[in-house]
Design a protein around this ligand. Structure first.
Ligand code: NAD
Ligand code: DAU
Length: 340
């Protein structure tokens, strides 16, 4: 099979690319990425010389480029991770979220129609369901929960999901969608809660907790997310949506205190700041469908996974320091100056 992973230089996509390259040497894996501020080829160093791997720089919303690429490469499977992903950025500048997350997705779907792709998988998010109240721990998102997005980011992701299902029903494009909860692990861009707090605590800087810190997220290790996607692509039923989550709910304050404790830093570093506009209160996934239908189960326990992740950021300070200084963007120019 020839598999195109879009957004493969980002946090989750790079884990997916490495998993596919290593576990399926008979498959050809093409990583397609625009290399926005969030894309970093350093994340893919481990596979950059693998014989079944190739990198292509490009924009999923560039129709001419995408159609040319599909014509040339004859992909069997597309796994679409490419997106603008940070909620706070979407509050400041929604336009790029509409362009990449909606127009990019429909461009890929049009190319799938034209070139008869065997499977299109959309990597979506639990944020499309909106949020749950903090005083109803009995409530969870399942695949029948209505879409009820809160932020420009989640509205764009929800819109993309609607197009994916419309292309399935109207044109018969063979699609699947996964909706996962918050991921954590190595190589996450240091604007998201966990790496941001680790990098700031390491530098003895204030940790900005939005509102009261009582908002709840349902954390899943990035490797468990990618294993679930691999299962869905190979064994999932066409036209189906699968929720992914591991029942690891924590308040933001609990996560921040775990980080401070692991780093031996004082809780006085916590600074409560103005809340995120429209801040979702609680996410919580019911993963019964993927567990019973596909036999998926998470392998990481949050308490072990978060400690290992914190240790990774301590051991790989150079990686996030290069990002914070902007230096990492030179890596592409240096590595690929003779290749693209
Ligand atoms: P990320 O921001 O780390 O990476 C996004 C990648 O997409 C980057 O490499 C970027 O260069 C690339 N990209 C952006 N615009 C592009 C374009 N127009 N064309 C081609 N490439 C482009 O994101 P992430 O956290 O790895 O998330 C990946 C996917 O998973 C997203 O679709 C996101 O909605 C979804 N998701 C994320 C989480 C999470 O907790 N991070 C949870 C559930 C779902
Ligand atoms: O649920 C899946 C989603 O998880 C993905 O679809 C998104 O792409 C991903 O970014 C993530 O969204 P969140 O908004 O939940 O993640 P973020 O790391 O931005 O924030 C996590 C929580 O921490 C949220 O309640 C806001 C809070 N927060 C975040 C930051 C950056 C703070 O209190 N302070 C901060 O500085």
């Amino acid at each position: 099979m020839k598999i195109c992973v879009t957004g493969g230089a980002g946090f989750i996509g790079s884990v997916m690319v490495q998993m596919l390259v290593k576990n399926y040497p008979e498959d050809e894996i093409v990583c397609l990425d625009k290399l926005t501020y969030a894309g970093n080829l350093e994340n893919l160093k481990a596979v950059e010389n693998a014989p079944n791997y190739k990198f292509v720089k490009g924009d999923i919303a560039d129709r001419e480029f995408i159609f040319d690429l599909f014509k040339k490469e004859k992909f069997d499977v597309i796994i679409n991770f490419a997106a603008e992903t940070h909620v706070d950025r979407s509050v400041e500048h929604p336009e790029e979220f509409i362009r990449t997350n909606v127009m990019g997705t429909t461009t890929l779907l049009d190319a799938c129609r034209e070139f008869g792709i065997k499977r299109y998988h959309q990597v979506s998010t639990d944020e499309v369901y909106g949020d749950l109240p903090l005083d109803r721990p009995d409530l969870f998102f399942d695949e029948t929960t209505p879409i009820h997005a809160s932020s420009p980011y989640s509205a764009a992701k929800a819109s993309a999901d609607l197009f994916v299902m419309a292309y399935y029903r109207t044109f018969g494009v063979p699609v699947t969608i996964s909706r996962c909860s918050n991921n954590y692990g190595q190589y996450q861009f240091p604007e998201k809660l966990i790496p941001l707090m680790i990098s700031r605590a390491e530098a003895d800087e204030a940790l900005p907790v939005y509102g009261t810190g009582e908002n709840v997220r349902d954390w899943l290790h990035v490797e468990d997310h990618c294993k679930a996607i691999d299962l869905i692509v190979r064994k999932g039923r066409v036209g189906e949506i699968y929720n992914i989550g591991g029942h690891n709910e924590r308040t933001n304050l609990q996560v921040v205190k775990t980080i401070l404790d692991a780093l031996g830093k004082p809780e006085s570093l916590i600074k409560y700041v103005k809340d995120r506009p429209g801040h979702d209160r609680r996410y919580a996934i019911n993963p019964t469908k993927i567990e019973t239908e596909l036999g998926w189960e998470p392998t990481w326990n949050f308490d072990t996974g978060i400690r290992q992740t914190i240790q990774w950021y301590i051991d790989n300070e150079d990686w996030w320091k290069r990002i914070l200084s902007g230096e990492y963007q030179d890596y592409f120019k240096e590595m690929y100056k003779d290749r693209v």
